[in-house]
Design a protein around this ligand. Structure first.
Ligand code: 3HC
Length: 293
């Protein structure tokens, strides 16, 4: 099957990035959000990204126009009915994802391949809300999607090998390096990243170093683009807390357990960059200041 038309459900941080890369890779792309306001916000962020690329000369104005021309926003799930692949990037809640895919299963042609961008939920448990678990995969992108070169392609025990290979190739056509993962909680990246991030919080709790020193150590000592506490603020403390709970529930290992400080910061609403405060204070976004605990 040739993939021509891509559907993306959710036009938030991840969905808008996925829609952008799909349209930029030459696919006719339809992105769906629940309300016109959320859709408008997502499309504006794509517009901003494309303008930045054009200003830098990475793409020409003509190419920008072509990408825009391939991208359509909608609030109607029915408009996804003739897509060859649908990538879901909605709220990270099992019930919401199952409900969405149950509805898409009825609307879409039987050949459509379904993919979830979930970072921590079990793909098999989402897939079994449909009658096509053999045409269901995980397609996990990284934030910011247009910049990060990786996509994890996840197969379940029910995924048909030919469908899986098609989606691995699709990941490459999106300009990403696909890695092959099984449907184990956290896949590859979060299996390794989450214990590292949680350990950085534990190190802070134990007085191993200050926020700036922990971050600078990994940035300058190991060449990471962001230190772990900056990365936690970037990913979202609420998101990391949620993922850690799912991983701890699955593996029952201390390395996946949320440190008390993370829980308290989430309870206080200090969710990182998006809430203006996390391990750093973002009142002046260009000049974040480390918090004092
Ligand atoms: N969208 C699109 N492009 C963006 C962007 C965004 N949100 N933010 C930055 N960029 C682009 C800039 O335009 C710039 O492009 P250029 O090199 O062509 O000029 C480039 O990224 C570098 O930007 P900056 O100079 O402003 O800043 P940095 O050099 O610090 O790079 C970064 C920003 C790419 C975010 C880099 O800091 C980085 O790679 N950080 C680590 C991000 C990471 O680890 N992400 C994965 C998180 S884990 C995850 O998503 C999984 C989930 O399940 C938890």
């Amino acid at each position: 099957m040739a993939i021509r038309k891509v559907g993306v459900v959710g036009c938030g941080l991840m969905g808008s990035g996925i829609a952008q890369v799909a349209a930029a890779a030459g696919f006719e792309t339809v992105v769906r959000e629940v309300t016109a306001e959320l859709l408008d916000k997502g499309l504006k962020s794509i517009e901003k990204n494309l303008n930045r690329l054009a200003e830098k000369g990475t793409i020409t104005e003509a190419v920008k126009g072509e990408i825009r021309g391939r991208l359509k926003g909608t609030t109607k799930v029915e408009e996804l009915k003739d897509c060859d692949v649908i990538v879901e990037a909605i709220i990270e809640q099992l019930a919401a994802k199952r409900e969405l895919f149950g509805a898409l299963d009825v609307i879409c042609q039987t050949s459509t391949i379904f993919a979830s961008n979930t970072s921590s939920l079990t793909i098999t448990e989402i897939a079994n809300a449909t009658k096509r678990p053999q045409r269901f995969v995980g397609l996990h992108f990284f934030n910011p999607v247009p910049m990060m070169k990786l996509v994890e392609v996840v197969r379940t025990i029910a995924t048909e090998p030919a469908v899986y290979e098609e989606i691995v190739a699709f990941g490459a056509r999106l300009g990403k390096t696909p890695v092959r993962a099984h449907d184990t909680t956290g896949f590859i990246v979060n299996r390794l990243l989450v214990p590292y991030l949680l350990d950085a919080i534990r190190a802070l709790e134990e007085g191993v170093g200050s926020i700036e020193d922990l971050d600078n150590s990994m940035k300058l000592g190991c060449g990471h683009p962001m230190g772990p506490l900056t990365l936690l603020d970037f990913v979202g403390l609420d998101t990391t807390y949620y993922i850690s709970q799912i991983m701890f529930d699955e593996f029952k290992e201390r390395r996946f357990a949320a440190p008390p400080l993370l829980k308290r910061m989430v309870l206080a609403g200090w969710n990182g960059r998006k809430s203006g405060r996390g391990f750093y204070d973002y009142s002046d976004p260009q000049n974040p200041r480390a918090m004092k605990f």
